[in-house]
Ligand binder design. Structure first.
Ligand code: NAD
Length: 439
């Protein structure tokens, strides 16, 4: 089995957008030489975002001052409408990051077979330093600014880092105020509170979908050195929505031992296993909202935690976390990429040589957008599915996606990430051809 052409960990590779483009170019070269010819125009059509909106807007702060913020919404992959993707609030949000994340979304939707293009949005801000009221005002104004390009059939936002169902509720309300006649207006966002039409199972969907993919990989004996999930050890990087839920699901439903957990400030490790809920309760009780100091355990750095002994490593924080140096020392048998873009290409190659099985982001974390799709369908049909229905449908989607990627990997002798790219891009090319170019 091979990876697509080898790379150096240059500054370029640490840049998420450049890395994404590199992955796309390599996959296109492979498709052109091994599968089918691809016209240059189709490559450009699939690679370039079709809309990049930058907005600058004022927000009144609690102390009466006015601050200016910059927000973005990028839409990508116009093979299906609506486009779909989360909204991120973080200090490092910029147009390149949002564009890279939108690009990932368009591939992800094809991996799991959803009739969506990709999108992403974000506001450059530090939500941890803002009050609830300030964040609500920021969200309402940002929603107003992007209103002309979102809608249930055009572009549908969802939560991402730094946002949650609360922000989705505010965006829905703003949209509805300006579009009182729109039927199914609640389908303008997913990941909303259940009272506003949110789906059961959406909050934990990204983690649950990842757990289904991991279960399938282990059951099919694709992870060398890991015969069963029961009693396997897990390290989780990032302890927000996705990190907390995966720790709970693997601990409660699969009998895994969560031995390490970290957030942006550092982590804790305990060979005997940590109780995910108690760690979260501790984190929430500390002034700087960190797991450091939990139960008197020694504080570890990010790097120490990522290279700690474990069977399963779950990056669930942000992009560009597993670099070549970390990959070299990493001990896990399998990496479940719940974060978007956590691994550099050089790290990928090192992991490949070490026979670490990587479940790539565009497959592993697609459970979030999948249940978002279920939410959108429920909103349009005026239905509310029960949790079992959501879980069963999610499991079917995730295992089918896993098996499609495995099949591509076997057919073309590719690693899982390259296979996921080749699968998604090949499908997108077919859709462009079948749909034709307007006018
Ligand atoms: P979140 O804001 O709820 O949590 C992020 C967590 O990561 C926080 O605890 C933060 O402190 C921590 N963190 C930030 N930088 C870190 C670092 N360098 N090291 C360790 N921890 C760090 O966000 P989330 O919704 O849980 O998203 C996490 C990841 O999952 C992101 O990459 C996101 O794009 C991806 N993702 C989320 C969803 C979703 O449905 N929420 C879907 C698909 C992918």
């Amino acid at each position: 089995m091979t990876t697509l052409p080898r790379s150096q960990e240059t500054q370029e590779e640490l840049d998420f957008l450049k890395r994404t483009k590199l992955g796309f170019d390599k996959a296109i070269q492979f498709i052109s030489s091994e599968i089918k010819p691809v016209e240059k125009g189709v490559v450009e059509f699939l690679q370039q975002p079709f809309r990049q909106l930058t907005v600058r807007f004022p927000v009144q702060m609690d102390n009466g001052s006015i601050e200016m913020f910059t927000g973005y919404r990028v839409q990508q992959g116009r093979i299906y409408e609506p486009t779909k993707g989360g909204i991120r609030y973080a200090p490092d949000v910029d147009l390149d990051l949002v564009t890279a994340l939108a690009f990932d979304m368009s591939l992800k939707c094809q991996v799991v077979g959803l009739p969506y293009g990709g999108a992403k949005g974000g506001v450059r801000c530090n939500p941890k330093k803002m009050s609830r009221a300030e964040l609500d005002r920021l969200t309402r104004r940002y929603a107003y600014e992007i209103l002309p390009i979102i809608g249930p059939d055009t572009d549908v936002p969802a939560p991402d880092v730094g946002t949650s169902e609360r922000e989705m509720g505010v965006i829905y309300d703003t949209y509805k105020m300006f579009n009182p006649q729109t039927p199914y207006a609640s389908a303008v966002v997913t990941g909303k509170p259940i009272n506003l039409g949110g789906s059961k199972g959406r909050k934990e969907a990204t983690a649950q979908g990842g757990a289904f993919v991991l279960e399938e990989a282990v059951n099919q004996k694709h992870v060398e050195g890991l015969g069963s999930l029961k009693d396997s050890t897990v390290v989780v990087q990032g302890y927000g929505n996705v990190g907390f839920n995966i720790a709970n699901i693997l601990n409660d439903d699969y009998g895994c031992r969560i031995v390490g957990i970290c957030d942006s400030k550092g982590g804790v490790y305990c060979e005997d296993g940590l109780n995910p809920r108690k760690v979260m309760a501790y984190k929430e009780s500390t002034p700087d909202q960190s797991v450091i100091g939990y139960d008197g355990f020694k504080a570890l750095s990010q790097e120490e935690l990522l290279t700690s002994p474990c069977d399963i490593l779950v990056p669930a924080a942000k992009e560009t976390q597993i670099l070549g140096g970390i990959a070299k020392d990493l001990e896990a048998d399998v990496i479940l990429e719940l974060a978007n873009g956590p691994t550099t290409n050089l790290a990928d190659e090192i992991l490949f040589d070490k026979k670490v099985f990587v479940l790539p982001d565009i497959l592993a974390n697609a459970g979030g957008v999948t249940v978002s799709y279920f939410e959108w369908l429920q909103n349009k049909a005026g239905e509310s599915w029960d949790l079992n229905q959501v879980r069963e449908k999610l499991q079917r989607k995730m295992t089918t996606a896993y098996n499609n990627v495995v099949e591509t990997s076997k057919l073309y002798n590719l690693d899982m990430r390259s296979a996921a790219f080749v699968f998604a891009i090949s499908k997108s090319i077919d859709i462009v051809r079948e749909r034709g170019i307007f006018p």
